[in-house]
Design a protein around this ligand. Structure first.
Ligand code: TXE
Length: 499
């Protein structure tokens, strides 16, 4: 973060986008337009066409044709890798632009947006390697007359439905892996944050991606998203969003039995043992709570803390939270920006009210921050929370943390696992036995020890229980976008069946 860098200015007028199909930009025409206001500044920043189900059909037709004629899947891994590496360079060349529009549509701090865009370029680099690593298996133990091959083939046309909390980063945790596998894509970004998914179309085209391989159809979830999950000519949908829509996607996908990848909600524990480095732990818990205003599927929203240090730790944490710089996301010094949507803002405030009404004790925060314009909520800490309260059970998707003291490691595990979700967990201790034993027993797809919300594309991401299906990123992530074929090859003359 460069605290002396100037505060960026707002655009003089909103930037207008078309949509991208078969390697070409199409005008909005008479389609409805979503005029997106900056959540922090309440001025219009982008104008995005709301595509229709017919537009989706057109994009699926293009993606299908591009898949069937093998213009992409027929290339070698090395050739696909070359395009992905150029895309990484293309992202790096446009970091400022991508970060700017991401911040304007989403409300996250510009320094964070830059970090996410740079991180995304690194994911393309990693996936370029994965395109060359992808391989199957052989069975040379079937006798002299038989050779068995297990080959991986791209699954086909993949639909991507992405959310508004990390528009570019989540897209980038999927697109390069789908492409590495040899599939073609129709992407539907969140209607609130479509700009960077659209800009990516130019970056991929400039990198040499053939027409029709990456198509973007912005639009409403209920219209384009729903049509995508139902679509008979899409082979797989990767959906990231609410558990409610994830559940409906399972039903919608049943028409053609399409494969689904689902990354849904979380209610992630931060387990702090008394022997942790408490300063590190307090800093990490504060970050895990307030980062991206808590609008993270892996946000640490339940503090499970050893009873002997609970009061001291809660006090330390409050002190840290009071120092978090919440403010103008265009200011490079800001750490926490605006709440992305009106609906999310109302949801978070409703949960805070529900916590108070249920008798939880508000330790810090608990209200909007008035900056004249925009939606901001102070990082909020509740003590005296019982495990049956709504704030203890439901994903809030905002900077609201509930504290649960525990007496024994068994109790810590019981509290941590007392949720339908299983996305992530963090463990803070300097005792190696406790760290490993707790990480084994906690039900979560991602576990962090003495850190939180960190990592690279090498390790897969995804959830246990109702947090989702499948994995993204890592070699596991590429494999999700393939299907397996077994090939039996008989050698020499066949043993006759008919004498
Ligand atoms: O999500 P939606 P919302 C959680 C979080 C948040 C809540 C609601 O708890 O408070 O979800 O957020 C598209 N068929 N997460 O309402 O609606 C939609 O257009 C197909 C967790 O914004 O699930 C967008 O592209 N698609 C989370 C995407 O789904 C549909 C990230 C997500 O929107 C659709 C976001 C439909 N019927 C929210 N309806 C995470 N895991 O990171 C909507 N969509």
């Amino acid at each position: 973060m460069d605290e002396k860098a100037p505060i960026l200015s707002l655009p003089s007028e909103p930037r207008s986008f078309g949509f991208f199909v078969e390697g070409a930009w199409l005008d909005a025409g008479d389609r409805k337009i979503m005029e997106r206001e900056s959540p922090a500044h309440e001025v219009p920043v982008t104008r995005i066409p709301l595509c229709t189900a017919a537009d989706l059909d057109r994009a699926v037709t293009a993606a299908r044709a591009a898949f069937e004629d093998r213009r992409w899947s027929g290339l070698s891994g090395a050739e696909r890798a070359a395009v992905l590496s150029k895309a990484a360079a293309g992202i790096r060349a446009r970091v400022d632009e991508l970060a700017y529009w991401e911040t304007l549509e989403n409300g996250k701090p510009i320094a964070q947006s830059r970090g996410e865009v740079e991180g995304a370029a690194g994911i393309y680099d990693y996936a370029a390697g994965a395109a060359r690593m992808l391989h199957g298996d052989t069975f040379n133990n079937l006798g002299d007359k038989m050779l068995g091959l297990v080959t991986r083939e791209p699954i086909g046309v993949v639909g991507l439905i992405t959310p508004w909390n990390f528009p570019f980063f989540i897209l980038s945790e999927r697109v390069p892996f789908v492409l590495a596998a040899g599939c073609t894509i129709v992407a539907k970004p969140s209607e609130f944050t479509s700009a960077t998914s659209l800009i990516m179309a130019d970056i991929l085209a400039d990198a040499g991606l053939p027409a029709g391989v990456y198509n973007v159809v912005p639009g409403l979830g209920a219209e384009v998203g729903q049509a995508m999950t139902e679509h008979a000519d899409i082979d797989m949908v990767s959906f990231t969003g609410s558990s409610r829509v994830g559940r409906s996607a399972i039903q919608a996908a049943s028409g053609n039995f399409k494969k689904l990848g689902l990354e849904l909600g979380g209610k992630n524990p931060q387990i702090v043992f008394a022997d942790a480095d408490l300063d590190d732990a307090a800093d990490g818990v504060a970050f895990g709570l307030a980062f991206n205003t808590g609008q993270c599927c892996v946000s640490g929203s339940r503090l499970v803390v050893e009873a002997s240090i609970a009061d001291d730790f809660t006090a330390r944490l409050s002190e840290k939270l009071a120092k978090v710089r919440v403010g103008d996301p265009l200011d490079p010094a800001t750490q926490v920006g605006a709440i992305t949507t009106d609906a999310q803002n109302a949801t978070i405030l409703d949960y805070i009210a529900a916590g108070q009404a249920a008798g939880a004790t508000l330790v810090t925060g608990g209200a909007s921050i008035d900056r004249g314009k925009g939606r901001f909520i102070a990082p909020t800490l509740f003590a005296g929370v019982t495990r049956d309260m709504t704030i203890a059970r439901e994903e809030i998707f905002g900077p609201v943390l509930s504290v649960f003291p525990f007496a024994t490691p068994d109790e810590a595990i019981a509290i941590a696992n007392d949720t339908n979700y299983g996305l992530a967990a963090s463990i803070w201790t300097k005792d190696i036995d406790k760290a490993i034993q707790t990480s084994r027993r906690v039900q979560a797809g991602r576990v962090w020890v003495n850190c939180t919300i960190t990592g690279g594309p090498e390790l897969p991401i995804g959830g246990f229980k109702q947090s989702g299906w499948g994995r993204e990123t890592g070699i596991y992530g590429v494999e999700e976008y393939t299907q397996i074929k077994s090939v039996h090859i008989e050698l020499g003359k066949r043993d006759p069946w008919i004498a």
